[in-house]
Ligand binder design. Structure first.
Ligand SMILES: NCCCNCCCCCS
Ligand SMILES: [Zn+2]
Length: 697
């Protein structure tokens, strides 16, 4: 298992800048890189990373994406006079050249390749390359948007060529559309059978089995400020209906933001309802992130309102893919305060530190919902997890771009205001909270004959007098059973240690998981405001447990609970319970994650019911994803006889990446229907469950 986080940076890449007046380019300054690196140093994060040296990309590597004539032309720029540089620049848009930019562009691309080498050779688990010039706008034969060589596109091609990586996921959370990346891969051969989708008609059982053999492929996801094609680069092909061409259909995913001011809720809902379901189905071997931070609050380009700590969560959600192989490469980011904060949030998550809690999440705004629905509808024919998406009725989708195109609505001028006209009020936001690592990362409460996994700290069972007295009146029948009493009081004291951040997470083997869970829930201290209880497998959970919203129970099982569902008692009934990976993940990504984020618990109790049937890999994915909540304070309860689950669970609680699931088959129709029905019913209570705009007030 690879460990460590690579950091690639060299101050040489700060040694070029705009040499003439150009309002479009003045924001791309060397300080972007230096303030980001200095913040990592100041926060003690640089020292915790594995420092990997930069190198220049070779011609051959650059030619993986760019044309020979373009490379030859750029090679001449170091010897150009100022006038020649200006002249040369004129042929491109919103970019500038400098005598040293060719060298820096080779270093930026080379840094991305060093990062890929480090991850693929397992010298590190993941990493970040702090580079400039950025890359995602540059095209085969053109520089664009401050970009000269397409760092991430070159890295993707390089990974496939050198390491035989089959499936690469590129996530572009920069606020601009990386058209250069889209052009590079949109007609990328997807393998023998087009996308490799082979459809078997099994006459006997007359069931269409969609078997998705996904051969070599690059899946590109980008969200970007669009404003109905009025925001730079103002391309028709940046809209949600650009899904990839012919064999590449379904492998290009564009989420246009048609308004500014998008917040954390908007970003998370797109991850939960589009990117993650598709990414799990795609099952990448490597994740590359076009890590642009102009999507953060305060950025003059994005004019969005998502706070820097959102990148801690976006990074974490992607780390559960590809066995944790994640390479983040800096793209944009022009606010010299939110940029370094966002970079630090990203690197701190790559290092495995606990995630910050995201407060005050609400639902996505109406415009985001329209984009979300349009995108899901445009992509549903390619992805099983989106298959049963409701098609947007004309009434509730933004056809504004179409109407503009048809001249119905006269074109407003470009939305981009000059720097001076930009809404003058400066955005303010809190500095992201510290994310201290607890002295004990994971603790265990185990029967004496069960070994404590490496890295875990065993908490010896003992009777905690003050706890016992409180317990006694609750658990009369256990009063005589000394062992149960000892277990329960140890669990309660373990939770108290979590509250004080002395312990990160815990796992316990107990005689009766439901009783243990009830005991913990009833004895958490009053200043623990909300407890999320996730029950995996069949079993009766006393419904009085979710009293007054202090406890939210979400159970995934195969028995339709006769219990009245309520806002705080959600029972997801799956055809094959927890055995069907696709259905289970559909419920986790489309229901549990959004509700969990909105509920924002201070403690998560994960209960593995006896005979849950959940397989190890899915269990590990779930345990990993639940670390998103409660600063990673998760208490895992399992039945005594399941001691084979102790090791795998502990490894995830200690920060190991969950192994990738296989490429997911399309979930069973019944399961998708069940999740969809539940989502529709619950979205009135839990706004992050919304995926269509007809429900917004
Ligand atoms: N108001 C300045 C216009 C800049 N347009 C190009 C932006 C390139 C961003 C690269 S991440
Ligand atoms: Zn950008």
């Amino acid at each position: 298992m690879a460990h460590g986080t690579a950091l690639i940076y060299d101050e040489e890449m700060t040694k070029y800048k705009l040499l003439w007046v150009d309002p479009a380019c003045k924001i791309e300054v060397p300080e972007r890189l230096s303030v980001s690196y200095e913040a990592l140093v100041r926060n003690g994060l640089a020292d915790r990373c594995v420092s990997i040296p930069v190198r220049e990309a070779t011609d051959a590597e650059i030619l993986l994406v760019h044309s020979d004539e373009y490379l030859e032309a750029v090679k001449k720029t170091p010897y150009m006079t100022l006038e020649d540089l200006k002249e040369f620049t004129l042929q491109f848009g919103d970019v500038y050249f400098h005598p040293n930019i060719y060298r820096c562009a080779k270093l930026a691309a080379g840094s991305a390749l060093q990062l890929v080498d480090s991850v693929m050779m397992e010298r590190v688990r993941n990493g970040m390359a702090l580079v400039r010039p950025p890359g995602h706008h540059s095209m085969r034969s053109a520089a664009s948007g401050f970009c000269v060589f397409n760092n991430v596109a070159i890295a993707a091609r390089y990974a496939k060529q050198k390491y035989g990586v089959k499936r690469v996921l590129i996530v572009d959370w920069d606020i601009h559309h990386g058209q250069g990346v889209q052009y590079c891969f949109e007609d990328d051969p997807r393998g023998v059978f087009g996308k490799g989708r082979i459809i078997f008609g099994c006459l006997k059982c007359n069931i269409l089995v969609f078997v998705l053999f996904i051969f070599n492929s690059v899946l590109y996801f980008s969200w970007h400020r669009y404003e109905h094609q009025k925001f730079w680069p103002q391309l028709r092909e940046s809209d949600y209906d650009s899904v990839g061409k012919e064999k590449g259909a379904g492998f290009n995913i564009n989420l246009p933001w048609n308004q500014v001011g998008m917040e954390n809720s908007d970003y998370l809902s797109v991850f939960c309802h589009v990117l993650l379901p598709v990414a799990y189905e795609f099952c990448p071997d490597l994740v590359l992130v076009c890590a642009g931070f102009d999507s953060a609050i305060g950025d003059p380009e994005g004019e969005m309102c998502a706070t820097p700590d959102i990148f801690a969560h976006l990074t974490h959600l992607l780390m559960n893919l590809a066995g944790g192989r994640l390479c983040a490469v800096l793209e944009g980011g022009y606010n010299l305060t939110s940029l370094p904060q966002s970079v630090c949030q990203t690197v701190q998550t790559l290092l495995g530190d606990p995630l910050p809690q995201l407060a005050n999440l609400s639902g996505p705004c109406r415009s985001a919902l329209e984009s979300l629905q349009c995108l899901r509808s445009a992509q549903k024919q390619y992805w099983g997890s989106l298959k049963h998406t409701a098609s947007p009725t004309a009434a509730n989708i933004s056809t504004k771009r179409i109407r503009i195109a048809e001249g119905e609505v006269e074109e407003e001028e470009k939305t981009e205001l000059g720097e001076e006209e930009k809404n003058s009020e400066e955005k303010v936001w809190h500095e992201p909270p510290k994310r201290p690592c607890p002295p004990i990362r994971a603790a265990s409460v185990l029967p004496d004959d069960v070994a404590c996994p490496d890295g875990c700290k065993r908490i010896t069972k003992d009777i905690h007098p003050l706890v016992v007295s409180r317990l006694k009146d609750h658990l009369v029948q256990e009063a005589e059973d000394g062992d149960a009493l000892a277990t329960f009081s140890t669990l309660v004291s373990l939770v108290q240690k979590m509250e004080k951040n002395e312990v990160g997470s815990g796992l316990a083997l107990v005689g009766d998981v439901i009783k243990a869970m009830m005991c913990v829930v009833q004895h958490v201290s009053p200043d623990l405001n909300r407890v999320l209880v996730v029950c995996v497998g069949n079993g009766k959970i006393p419904s009085h447990i979710s009293r007054d919203g202090k406890v939210l129970v979400l159970q995934i099982s195969s028995d339709a609970s006769e219990e009245q569902q309520s806002k705080h008692y959600i029972s997801v009934c799956l055809q094959k319970g927890c055995c069907n990976t696709s259905g289970f993940m559909q419920a986790v990504l489309g229901l549990l994650l959004p509700v969990g984020y909105e509920y924002n618990p201070d403690l998560v109790v994960l209960v593995r019911m006896p005979d849950s049937g959940v397989c190890d890999v899915v269990w590990k994915q779930l345990t990993g994803l639940l670390q998103s909540f409660a600063k990673g304070h998760t208490l895992v309860l399992m039945q005594e006889k399941e001691n084979s689950c102790v090791g795998p669970t502990a490894s995830i609680l200690l920060g190991d990446p969950a192994p990738p699931l296989e490429t997911l088959q399309a979930p069973d129709r019944e399961d998708v229907d069940a999740v969809e029905r539940l989502r529709r019913r619950l979205q009135a209570d839990w706004k992050l469950l919304q995926t269509t705009s007809e429900y917004t007030s």
